[in-house]
Ligand binder design. Structure first.
Ligand SMILES: Cc1ncc(COP(=O)(O)O)c(C=O)c1O
Length: 395
């Protein structure tokens, strides 16, 4: 069969492929990027679901509007207001996860050959979503404060095919890095000067381990150029596939049209389940539980890394989210290190797939949210042995 040319661009996700390997019980896996299922509100969803079906079953099983369930959109707008965003339900469309927000954004802005600016590295799921539209990727180096603004400025000054800037400012996947407030403000100023939309992927915003919660780009934006992608996957559960886009109305109407032809609307029963949960339970207390569990695991992993890893490997210290990023000496290749690690029954995700050009090889991502707490130290110790051996062989 002759598939469309976009299919050639797509590579199977390393992460999905990895699931097959890590399913073995003897493997200590830091590979997956998923939340801890022990923290899912299973009992509550059980109770809520029968309530919804009994009280409002006809609506829960019928087609609904593309924008989504109004009571839920109102509640999301209220939460966003509490975080400093001037929002209303009319600025919100419910999506099938933030992932659909990424896909629809690419569909909305990118013609073949248009450029998208992203952090280097960035979320592999975004790279794949954008790739279907054959854009040019412009990767901007990041340091501990976020994207390097002098590099970004140079690109904006010299290129005229840039259609959007994609960033994850809070506890980024894959690095766990969080942007400084100053960089956030600088980015807003640049998007204003060059009139370029920013796609702000906030999938991890609410999983923060310090009191120092930073303002979202959306809350700093006065020009309506920030398109905010939210998600319930990390704060509630990913299986319901529930996210949203917050954006000014003139842009939202385009998202509605595009989503209509994509899936008509997001699963309405799932929208009602989350809405009912927000009505009946203390969502912030639930998020606090997730935070305290992940923070504890982060600490365990960081302590083990400090204790066992060779000093020639550096790592991030995430103040939220689910990931730690490791940079190995230049000549090492994360894929080859993974082959060795798997022989010792430890897994991680090599960094290559988080770079659109796949050129940087000496990095990898560790996940702590779904790691078994009692096995974190053991797994990191085993991985350290592998790293030392590979480094000794290469250098
Ligand atoms: C940065 C980032 N954006 C978006 C997503 C997709 O999230 P969702 O489950 O809401 O589609 C993920 C999932 O891991 C992610 O890490």
């Amino acid at each position: 069969m002759k598939f469309a040319s976009r299919v050639k661009e797509l590579k199977p996700s390393d992460i999905q492929e990895m699931f097959k390997v890590i399913a073995k019980p003897e493997v200590i896996s830091f590979a997956s990027g998923v939340p801890d299922p022990d923290l899912f509100p299973v009992k509550e969803i059980d109770e809520i679901t029968s309530k919804i079906i009994r009280q409002n079953g006809d609506m829960a099983l019928q087609y609904n509007t593309t924008e989504g369930y109004v009571p839920l959109r109102k509640k999301i707008a209220l939460r966003m207001k509490q975080n400093g965003v001037e929002s209303s339900s009319e600025n919100i469309i419910i999506t099938s996860g933030a992932q659909q927000g990424l896909e629809l954004s690419a569909k909305l802005f990118l013609n073949k050959g248009d450029a998208v600016i992203c952090e280097s590295p960035t979320y592999s799921g975004a790279i794949n979503a954008f790739k279907s539209y054959s854009p040019e990727f412009i990767q901007i180096t990041t340091d501990k404060n976020g994207m390097k603004m002098d590099e970004l400025k140079k690109v904006l000054e010299t290129r005229n095919n840039i259609k959007m800037i994609y960033v994850i400012t809070d506890f980024q996947n894959p690095t766990g890095k969080s942007w400084s407030v100053e960089r956030r403000k600088e980015l807003i100023e640049l998007s204003k000067s060059y009139d370029i939309p920013i796609i702000e992927d906030s999938a991890y915003e609410e999983i923060y381990f310090t009191d120092n919660k930073k303002p979202t780009l959306k809350s700093l934006d006065t020009g309506g150029r920030v398109i905010y992608l939210g998600s319930f996957s990390k704060t509630f559960c990913p299986g319901l596939r529930m996210g949203w886009i917050e954006v000014k109305k003139s842009i939202l109407k385009n998202y509605i049209t595009l989503k209509q032809s994509s899936d008509m609307h997001t699963n309405i029963l799932a929208q009602m389940q989350i809405d009912k949960y927000l009505e009946l339970y203390d969502f912030d207390a639930h998020i606090d539980n997730i935070i305290s569990s992940y923070k504890n695991k982060r600490d365990k992993m960081i302590n083990a890394i400090k204790k066992y890893f060779p000093s020639s490997c550096s790592h991030t210290y995430p103040e939220g989210g689910m990931f730690i990023w490791v940079v190995m000496p230049d000549k090492l290749d994360g894929r080859k290190v993974l082959d060795e690690a798997l022989k010792e029954n430890v897994a991680f995700i090599p960094g290559e797939s988080f770079y659109p050009d796949r050129e940087t090889k000496n990095t990898f991502r560790l996940n702590f949210s779904n790691a078994e707490e009692s096995k974190i130290e053991k797994g990191i110790e085993k991985l350290a042995v592998v790293l030392k051996r590979v480094i000794d062989n290469v250098y």
